[in-house]
Design a protein around this ligand. Structure first.
Ligand code: BDR
Ligand code: CA
Length: 303
């Protein structure tokens, strides 16, 4: 079992990614860290706890950044993930509370305790990971792997024509992480936009007749409707965050290429991830995905 820290900004596809990870016997999710992003830190943490209670796994949750490293917060994407982050679901207050330790301190302590063993999967803004390596740069060579959902290296962006949401939410943090020497894999829109969860899946889930199945179907329907608004006829939603988890489970889902990746920090292209063959500090960029194989795997684990 791979020890995993899942860093989330829950979010509908984050909720699917958490569920997929917790239902996967290959992964040992040792902690969830939360960040602002799809909603305020308070709400992303609450939604994370709600999903944990649904899946019934007592994984500890550590709260992280409530804003980017150096700039203000962009508008939360309420139209994509709902008012609190789980679509039109407004579940009861979770019973469990987050731990006292901060996300960055949890990351630092675990990586030091288990050198070369920990894989971190950030699927929100990169603020928590950046804060951890700024505070304790000695942990940089001690990670096993850093599998990031974020960026649009060769594909167009999803917030602006250039930029993907997680990178645009904190471009300085992303640039810091990509240039740090961490063993980064970028699971960006280049591959995640090819992983379509078909709208018809919701009928299969609803036919299961359980409360959980209904909850996941209602939540995902909100996300699918948002896609439909942006691109009529899209017919589903992209499994952004679940694909990053999928790559941790089975690396053969994707093909990777080595590039030096920088983030644009100013002007109308802010948040753009630019790849160049020059430079020492390379990251792995996912360029192809076996989408059907991945989707089948994901659906077999989610409910
Ligand atoms: C990413 O942005 C967020 O809205 C999603 O949860 C995902 O992590 C996709 O661009
Ligand atoms: Ca996310």
């Amino acid at each position: 079992m791979k020890p995993i820290i899942l860093d989330v900004d829950t979010g509908i596809d984050d909720a699917l990614a958490i569920t997929y990870a917790l239902n996967s016997p290959e992964l040992d999710v040792i902690g969830l860290t939360t960040c602002f992003g799809n909603n305020s830190l308070e709400n992303t943490t609450r939604s994370t706890l709600v999903i944990l209670e649904k899946v019934g796994k007592p994984v500890p949750v550590y709260m992280g950044a409530d804003k980017p490293l150096k700039r203000g917060i962009n508008k939360f994407p309420i139209h994509v993930h709902g008012e609190y982050g789980l679509g039109n679901n407004f579940p009861d207050e979770p019973v469990r509370k987050p731990e006292a330790k901060s996300a960055a301190d949890f990351i630092i302590s675990q990586v030091k305790k288990r050198p070369h063993e920990i894989t971190i999967i950030p699927v929100g803004p990169l603020t928590n990971l950046a804060q951890a390596i700024i505070k304790a740069p000695e942990i940089i060579p001690l990670f096993k792997e850093v599998i990031i959902m974020g960026g649009a290296v060769f594909a167009p962006g999803n917030v602006t024509p250039y930029s993907e949401a997680n990178i645009l939410a904190d471009p300085e943090a992303a640039d810091y992480v990509f240039s740090s020497g961490l063993p980064v894999t970028i699971v960006g829109l280049d591959v995640t936009m090819k992983t379509l969860l078909p709208a018809a899946t919701l009928d299969d889930w609803r036919a299961m007749g359980t409360d959980d199945a209904r909850f996941y179907a209602d939540m995902t329907e909100f996300y699918i409707q948002a896609y439909e608004e942006f691109e009529p006829g899209f017919g589903g939603c992209a499994l952004h965050d679940p694909l990053a988890v999928g790559v941790a489970i089975d690396p053969s889902f994707v093909r990777r290429e080595e590039w030096n990746v920088k983030v644009v920090l100013e002007g109308e292209e802010t948040g753009r991830t630019i790849a160049s063959p020059e430079g020492e500090l390379k990251v792995q960029v996912c360029t192809e995905v076996k989408a059907d194989q991945f989707l089948k795997h994901f659906l077999g684990r989610i409910l």
